[in-house]
Ligand binder design. Sequence first.
Ligand code: GRF
Length: 202
Amino acid sequence: KRIVIMISGRGSNMAALIEASDDRAFPAEIVGVVSDKADARGLQLATSKGIPTRVVARGDFASKDAHDAAIDKELAAFGAEIVCLAGYMRLLTPGFVAKWQGKMINIHPALLPSFKGLDTHQRALDAGMRIHGCTVHFVTPEMDDGPIIAQSAVPVLIGDDEKTLSARVLKAEHHLFPLALRMVCEGKASMQDGKTAFSDIE
Ligand code: GRF
């Protein structure tokens, strides 16, 4: 399958997906990276791995719809079959999401449906959680709300702060995202009637 990754920043999850896809047995090829930020650090990383990048900045468009239409054009030009949101920090328009329904997945740094939105690690600490983690889910118009494909849990340790906890979760993210992408590419996880359908999982 041809994968395009969308980012806004650091790109460590993007890097984990690229690394996984370097394995010839992995059922996905990363064919491009799209960023809404010209200074996203992940862009250089992608370039250094030989992956073509495109910047589609919100400021260059009059509306959110026009912005997403321009992104969609880039996805089409790349021949994208599946889109991975890897730290893409902007809510996508319903029309765009509808078009990619079942073919666009996102990673979120919390065990959904808890802690949607930003600042998840501090909020998990503030709530006194003893377990935290990350989720990969199909993207629906509501933020961090689509059907769950896979999750990974990590302990919250005594003395953790935002930095130590986020580092532990990030490590789990880098394992989880390739695993979830593989499930989607192989048709083992698909979106049906608003839910994730699993098939052929040992
Ligand atoms: C990750 O924690 C991801 O779950 C969240 O944004 C962060 C992106 O980090 N959506 P990176 O750009 O992949 O390093």
